[in-house]
Design a protein around this ligand. Structure first.
Ligand SMILES: Nc1nc2c(ncn2[C@@H]2O[C@H](COP(=O)(O)OP(=O)(O)OP(=O)(O)O)[C@@H](O)[C@H]2O)c(=O)[nH]1
Ligand SMILES: [Mg+2]
Length: 450
């Protein structure tokens, strides 16, 4: 009997953002909220019904008047009994109300603890729980839509479907392993290799959509580099649509790396303007140039800006030589207005004018193409790095499984083992199979009250 776990503590938090607002919500979750309900509200309100009531302190004095919503377990967000107190959104009044709940036995919730309990009680799987945080943090409307899709389970369903197909294949294989004399024949009649091929296709499609979603979630770092005075800051201002960086005819104007967030077709991009790269004795400019290289090291895409009038400039060429090989790049030939050339795009080169804005749209298109964005982000899941790694691991195991299956005779034990590992990798996405420290890491990044 001693093995039974104590009931989880009652937790409480302000669920609305800090500051002033029309309403402020306190959320309480626990196995038994009767003390808090009685203490704050007097009587238990009807379940799941908005009830106008007075919230009271220990002496029965009013703290606030608002709406109480009571969700008896298990039909609640967390799966426990949940009480929401919708009061007025001021820091002091919410502080008093939260303090009252703590006096009545609740403790302050940790970040993400409500959602963690929802996960532990089977209300959400892990990918859905992560989508809750991603929806709250979504920086663009497209990212929010993709997060909402994951939250409602679209991503998880695809994973479950792949896992089901895997289980089917595994059970065929296990059956063959139990009757070894019939193995090759059996595998043929079971269409094992067809089934595996279809499974791999399905997984590849999921990976494609997840990768797109990962773009939406993480955004990309795009760094503007080039010689001094070629027009990097002017181009940043064009892309942002605002004068965020100082532009002057003086070479060496920009000293610091300037980060601005923009959005192209719903994809969040961090555009970083940098100090022009040239040999210099100026101590401040030197530091700026070091920062430029640091930005380059972290970037996903480089826009190499040159003056269109001197496309073969030696300084520009030496910058290109020093870029990391793997860094994607677009060459921008700027100041075409001084050349009298029309804006155009040829391959990885865009000819434009940061002054007039001609050709900037072509650059936006080139950026989207370079980062591999699809036109439509419909059907995309807001996947995290962790999901991509799990999908890749599963794909690798399935590839190994295919190799085993093609051998004559196929080493079925090894084949079965690869399938098992692929399934396990997929299961980490939805969390059927996740270590405690992973959960700790995921939920600690939530905001308080969620
Ligand atoms: N005519 C013309 N002038 C431009 C264009 N783009 C930039 N300029 C001018 O070129 C000069 C330098 O522009 P910046 O944007 O400050 O150049 P930068 O590359 O940021 O320079 P540093 O910060 O010194 O490295 C300014 O006088 C701009 O007005 C363009 O497309 N056409
Ligand atoms: Mg500049």
């Amino acid at each position: 009997m001693g093995s039974r776990r104590p009931p989880p503590e009652t937790i409480a938090a302000v669920a609305t953002p800090a500051g002033r607002g029309g309403i402020g919500v306190i959320r309480v979750s626990g196995a038994d909220l009767s003390t808090i309900v009685a203490g704050v509200l007097g009587a238990e309100p009807p379940a799941r019904t908005a009830t106008l009531t007075t919230f009271r302190d220990a002496r029965g004095e009013p703290l606030d008047q608002g709406i109480a919503l009571y969700f008896p377990a298990p039909a609640s967000y967390t799966g426990e009994s949940v009480l929401e107190l919708h009061g007025h959104g001021g820091a002091a009044v919410l502080g008093l109300l939260l303090g009252r709940c703590l006096d009545l036995g609740a403790r302050i919730a940790e970040p993400g603890e409500f959602t963690r309990r929802a996960f532990l009680n089977g209300k959400l799987d892990l990918a859905q729980a992560e989508a809750v945080a991603d929806l709250i943090d979504a920086a663009t409307a497209t990212a929010a839509r993709a997060a909402a899709r994951s939250l409602t389970g679209a991503f998880s369903q695809e994973i479950h479907a792949a896992v089901d197909a895997l289980i089917e294949l595994r059970s065929f294989t296990e059956a063959v392993l139990d009757f070894p004399e019939e193995d090759v024949e059996f595998m043929r009649t079971a269409d094992a290799s067809d089934k595996l091929a279809r499974l791999r296709e399905r997984l590849a499609a999921i990976v494609g959509r997840a990768r797109q979603g990962n773009l939406l979630r993480e955004g990309l770092d795009v760094v503007l580099i080039g010689q001094p005075n070629v027009g990097k800051s002017s181009l940043l201002n064009q892309l942002v649509g605002e004068d965020v960086a100082i532009v002057t005819p003086v070479p060496g104007t920009t000293r610091d790396a300037i980060r601005s967030r923009i959005e192209i077709s719903g994809i969040p991009l961090h555009v970083i303007d940098t100090a022009g790269l040239r040999p210099t004795a100026d101590a401040v400019e030197k530091i700026g140039i070091e920062r430029t290289w640091a930005s380059i090291a972290r970037a996903d895409l480089a826009l190499i800006v040159t003056d269109a009038r001197e496309p073969q400039h030696a300084g520009g060429a030496s910058i290109v030589e020093e870029l990391p090989d793997a860094l994607q790049r677009i060459v921008v030939r700027n100041k075409i207005d001084l050349l009298g050339v029309e804006a155009h795009r040829s391959g990885a080169e865009v000819w434009l004018s940061a002054k007039t804005g001609a050709g900037v749209e072509l650059l936006r298109e080139a950026i989207l193409a370079a980062v591999g964005a699809r036109d439509a982000m419909e059907g995309v899941f807001l996947a995290r790095e962790r999901h991509l790694r799990a999908l890749d691991a599963a794909a690798t195991h399935l590839a190994a499984a295919a190799t085993h299956l093609a051998a004559v005779p196929p080493p079925l034990e090894l084949f079965a083992e690869e399938l098992r590992e692929a399934q396990q990798a997929l299961a980490t996405i939805t969390g059927e199979f996740s270590a405690d420290d992973l959960l700790g890491e995921i939920f600690s990044r939530f905001c308080i009250g969620k």
